[in-house]
Design a protein around this ligand. Structure first.
Ligand SMILES: [Zn+2]
Length: 415
């Protein structure tokens, strides 16, 4: 009996064990009842948990942060949407229909942020799922200002990948996206080489996934060479690929040619030199303490994922703010980067329809009064530009810096 109670207390560790396969994970939640397995799972999480408790002790994560910083507080929200229509599994026709349906539903949200921008997503489209017909609906959608397309890649799944093949795939896909009118260029680059943001498939950036989705040690170097300026892969706990560095905007701390150069690094600071590209924008990673139906007070992992098990809410939003992710020296520009797989069955209802509508209406009523709070719906690129503007000492409304450094080849018509 004692052992049963103990295990119930640890049930949180099994939630969202692997987002790519939540059903299997939930089944494990019921079936797994041995301490050995539990110990293994805690051990897997120890790196980031240590960082989390350190950030709590030092006040970096602060549930009362909003009372301590100068107003107005700019809340800069971006969604890294792992946008996977999966034509091989569902058939091309169904995949196209699901993309079209998604675009229409997002466009139906009437909500606008402080600057008049609609709620928008960054569509991280998997290179290996490319079919021009899946991108055509996004061309029209993005030209209206509802989002931007960036690069996502799953690789090394059946056999380990290698540097040359990876470089070639990224370059090819980058050019394909460019031919659709997507991606951006650096205003400092006279040749206007296409630049992009990146999310790694299966979270396994630079072999972070314990030998799974194995590949290329100098992956970040190849990302940089092929035009990547920001990575938005993290957080991914409780997935094994989670690194120890959390709740940060930072540059890689080790040479890019090394394995996992992003495992640690220097936080970006106002007044500092230009960061090494790609720098990393992380989303919130925290513990949320909740009473369960059994009247136990248990911690759950809050990783900024939007799915049907964890729908968006104002309570969660407050938690995301407490992660206090900003460029050091500009504390009132708070970056909230979330992630979802909006075309996946067990994610779709959390990011569309009445659930999302209610959440966005809540945001508008509580966090967009213009005096204490200003909401900014951004894409990854716009967030990156605001980060770079902050480093250069820019102040005021971050809306002025959406196109500060990286600009779209074809800006949306409304802006
Ligand atoms: Zn993916």
């Amino acid at each position: 009996m004692k052992r049963m109670c103990l295990m119930k207390n640890y049930a949180w560790l099994k939630i969202n064990r692997d987002e790519n396969n939540p059903k299997e994970f939930l089944a494990a939640n019921v079936v797994t009842r041995d301490l050995k397995n539990f110990g293994k799972k805690v051990w897997q999480q120890k790196g980031w948990l240590k960082s989390y408790f350190l950030q709590r002790i030092t006040g970096k994560i602060d549930y009362h942060i909003l009372d301590k910083i100068e107003t107005p507080i700019d809340l800069i929200i971006s969604i890294a949407n792992h946008f996977e229509p999966n034509p091989t599994a569902v058939g091309l026709k169904t995949a196209i229909a699901s993309v079209e349906e998604w675009c229409q539903e997002l466009e139906d949200f009437a909500v606008r942020d402080f600057d008049g921008h609609p709620f928008k997503h960054s569509y991280y489209f998997p290179a290996e799922q490319y079919n021009p017909e899946l991108l055509f609906p996004l061309e029209a959608h993005c030209s209206k200002g509802f989002g931007e397309v960036e690069i996502h890649l799953h690789h090394g799944i059946e056999i380990p990948d290698n540097s040359n093949r990876l470089r070639e795939r990224l370059e090819k896909f980058r050019e394909k996206l460019r031919s659709h009118g997507f991606l951006s260029y650096d205003i400092k680059d006279l040749n206007k080489r296409p630049r992009y943001c990146f999310v790694h498939g299966n979270w396994a950036l630079v072999n972070s996934s314990g030998g799974r989705f194995f590949g290329v040690d100098n992956e970040v170097e190849i990302l940089a060479e092929t035009g990547c300026y920001m990575d938005c892969t993290y957080p991914c706990a409780p997935n094994i690929a989670q690194i120890n560095k959390i709740n940060s905007i930072y540059e890689c701390g080790y040479p890019l040619s090394q394995s996992k150069p992003h495992r640690d690094g220097r936080d970006l600071i106002v007044g500092d030199k230009e960061p090494t590209f790609p720098f990393l924008l992380q989303g919130p990673l925290l513990l949320q303490w909740k009473f369960t139906s059994k009247r136990m007070y248990l911690p759950y992992i809050e990783n900024g994922a939007l799915n049907d098990y964890r729908i968006p809410s104002i309570d969660r939003f407050k938690l995301w703010m407490s992660a206090n992710i900003h460029v050091k020296g500009r504390p009132n520009w708070i970056f909230i980067k979330l992630h979802t797989h909006s075309l996946q069955n067990d994610h779709r209802n959390s990011v569309r329809g009445p659930v999302m509508r209610r959440f966005l209406e809540g945001l508008s009523s509580f966090f967009n009064d213009g005096i204490r709070f200003r909401l900014h719906f951004t894409t990854s690129r716009e967030s990156a530009n605001m980060i770079l503007a902050a480093i250069d000492g820019k102040t005021g409304n971050p809306d002025n810096f959406r196109n500060y450094r990286f600009r779209l080849f074809y800006p949306p018509r409304f802006s």
